[in-house]
Design a protein. Structure first.
Length: 178
């Protein structure tokens, strides 16, 4: 993984710098996500990695699959990625691009896992509290995991806040067993 990140970082940075300079951070994000989704598809990735495919055939296949979803600038960028035989690094490139974009926009993507579905009001309050705590705009995404019993787990970057009943029971069990 570290090697793939090393390979992908210059591409992500170049894409980010270009998009920022031209005021197209959101558009590039959407288009890279589209290309990433295709490359993440196992069948499509196998198709692209066939030894008999030339670089131009790989790029052409990707562009055909994306349809009209890519601008000329993103197509040029992906042609460069393909020419350097790095198309399979596209998911990591897109991930690193999103990290750079979030830093520039001072936003944080937060995953909230709860035992029950959160109402709009609960999500809003949680988003406001996290924005205050982190000092960033919050993009909140929720998931339901009934095994938590109650409470929530909040994840953003390397920060994890486990306020679930399951987490508290696990801590209590570890304390009692030590």
């Amino acid at each position: 993984m570290a090697e793939l990140t090393t390979v992908a970082r210059p591409y992500a940075k170049a894409a980010f710098e270009y998009a920022k300079e031209h005021g197209q951070l959101g558009a590039w994000s959407t288009q890279l996500a589209l290309a990433e989704a295709l490359v993440n598809d196992a069948e499509f990735a196998d198709y692209l990695s066939r030894p008999s495919m030339t670089v131009s055939e790989q790029a052409s296949a990707l562009f055909t699959a994306c349809g009209d979803g890519l601008s000329a600038e993103v197509r040029n960028f992906l042609n460069l990625v393909a020419a350097n035989k790095r198309l399979l690094a596209l998911p990591t490139i897109a991930e690193l691009y999103e990290v750079l974009k979030a830093e520039a926009e001072n936003t944080a993507d937060v995953l909230v896992i709860s035992a029950f579905a959160l109402s709009e009001e609960q999500q809003r309050v949680m988003s406001e509290q996290l924005a205050t705590k982190l000092g960033q705009k919050i993009n909140i995404r929720t998931e339901v995991d009934a095994t938590l019993i109650g409470g929530v787990i909040v994840r953003t970057g390397d920060l994890v806040i486990d306020a679930s009943v399951r987490g508290k029971l696990t801590k209590l069990s570890a304390t009692l067993n030590s």
